[in-house]
Design a protein around this ligand. Sequence first.
Ligand SMILES: [Zn+2]
Length: 482
Amino acid sequence: MGKKIMLFLLVVFLVLVMIVLVKTFTFNSVQPNYPTAKLVLINNQAIVHLQQGIRFKTVSLSDSAKTDSSAFLALQRYLTQIYPLIHQKLQLEKVAQYSLVYTWKGKNLSLKPVVLMAHQDVVPVEKASAAQWKVDPFGGIIQNGKLWGRGAADDKISLFALLEATEKLLQENYQPKRSIYFVFGHDEEAGGKGVKAVAALFKTRGIKADWVLDEGGEITKKEIPGLHEKPVALIGTSEKGYLSIGLKVDIEGGHSSMPKTETAVDVLIAAVQKLRAKPFPASFDGSTGDFFKYLGPEMPFVSKMAIANQWLFKPLLFEMYGKSAGGNALIRTTIAPTILQAGVKDNVIPAIATATINFRLLPGTSIDAVFRHVKEAIQDDRVQLIKQNAFAEEASAVTSTQSEGFKQLEKAVIESYPGTLIAPYLTVGATDSRQMAGISANILRFAPITDLEGMHGLNEHIGVDEYKKAIGFYYRLMKGLK
Ligand SMILES: [Zn+2]
């Protein structure tokens, strides 16, 4: 009898091993193939343009009333000087005062247009950190083959590279088949009201775009373990939502010499702990699932096997990804307590204690679902939940990798950066493109930068050659537009 069971278990084991191996060996590459494209020659003048562009201090402050509008106007005047053909042949509109919309009419107006985006504004350089920069952050300085400065990578590279490529195409008398709208917001780093107004304007005009491209992903050689430094273009096909919920406990305070067994502070801390102890469920749906589909077959055997056999290894993969902050953010809605407030004096027990919890929502998880999750986790009627509306945003939809926009983007990437692997992915931060949800179902997030450094921090820079490549990338993307 025992022998029969052993034999049975052995057969089951062997069948499992067979299934795992077959699934691994039939997990085939879906990486696209395109022949090498012709080199796009870029004039050195283009670099001078971006250098000068960095010198305009188009800084977004959280209090938008304090924004220096003259810097934006000066930048815009400069654009009209250096790109004469664009300003002759394209229509320019200013929306919400400083956001720019350029319309490049296509040959066939019955085709849906595309929208190419970038933002003019940059984050401030804090006084305390300015001294730690190697060069003047607004000097537009080139040193060691690199262009340094605030906005070099986020996002003036895209703003200037798009315009540079367009001016070049106009010099060659090129006209796209379908119309192109360039949308350059002026307050992406401070909420994105500019692009919100552009989207509203497009809506009143009945404009529906085939696809939209904005910043968000980049090319990385070091972020994906197991790929041995092979460059991977991360193309954002969805974007996380944003929500802050205030927790408020309001119960009787008193003198600190005779504290009750439970004070407002105790109830609040317990609530935060209960919430942190109940993470949202993990998921490989949407963009992260597509990420595995594209990169899994390119990985070393063990990783490939695990990804090809999620029916067996999913819990293991969840655990692996859940361990790092970056990995965890890709697979679940995250919970981050950010502000805690209570008390004014050391000998008074506060009657009111509040906390702000910031959530980044995985596509598929709604704001309502987050509220339900929080209530269930805390299970205490003394804790009031208050929605903070200011930046609340549902997670985006997921753009299909079969969409025309995705196909065209991957073609331009591979032509411009041969040997690069394509990977759809979930953008964890917010971009202006979320405002375009009503304009197109196909929103893509990618900027032609490799392992950008110093974004929102110190010593932001890009390689000078990298900038030339970026212009070539947008040139091919527009020239290949179907
Ligand atoms: Zn940006």
